[in-house]
Design a protein around this ligand. Structure first.
Ligand SMILES: [Zn+2]
Length: 144
């Protein structure tokens, strides 16, 4: 994926073989945040340090997005070509819960507490044909 770049800067490490989520950690109270925050929501401290939040977690809760969202959702899809996708909260090792798009898009594929891992997906191409990437989570173990 050399001809690719993040849709939004600063959410995950890039380029990287195994990108991980980038957030912040409060040096005063230890609270994590994602996306990165300049002040701590727990103690209002401003001693925030960048934190590698990893690329794995467990599924905390989920739903299925079965129709095309309104703006600012922007892909090359149309309501006719739209593919449903899952939306969920992933509980990371640090305890933080992060909202994420999910690869799985049927209730049969999703169970609360299942191990999840992050992967990169192309949202759309920009004017130069560069893939614009974002992250989503998918089942960490192949399902049969
Ligand atoms: Zn704090």
């Amino acid at each position: 994926m050399s001809n690719a770049k993040p849709l939004h800067e600063g959410l995950f490490s890039w380029p990287a073989d195994t990108p991980s989520l980038i957030g912040t950690r409060c040096l005063d109270c230890g609270e994590h945040a994602f996306p990165s925050q300049s002040a701590c929501r727990a103690c209002s401290g401003q001693n925030m340090a960048p934190a590698d939040l990893g690329s794995e977690g467990t599924l905390w809760t989920w739903t299925i997005q079965s129709f095309m969202p309104k703006t600012p959702y922007r892909t090359d899809e149309t309501p006719e070509t739209f593919t449903p996708y899952g939306v969920g909260y992933i509980e990371l090792a640090c305890g933080l819960k992060v909202e994420s798009r999910l690869r799985e898009n049927t209730p049969e594929q999703l169970t609360i507490g299942m191990p999840m891992k992050m992967e990169m997906i192309t949202v759309r191409k920009d004017e130069e044909g560069t893939d614009l990437l974002t992250f989503q989570f998918c089942a960490a173990e192949e399902q049969h």
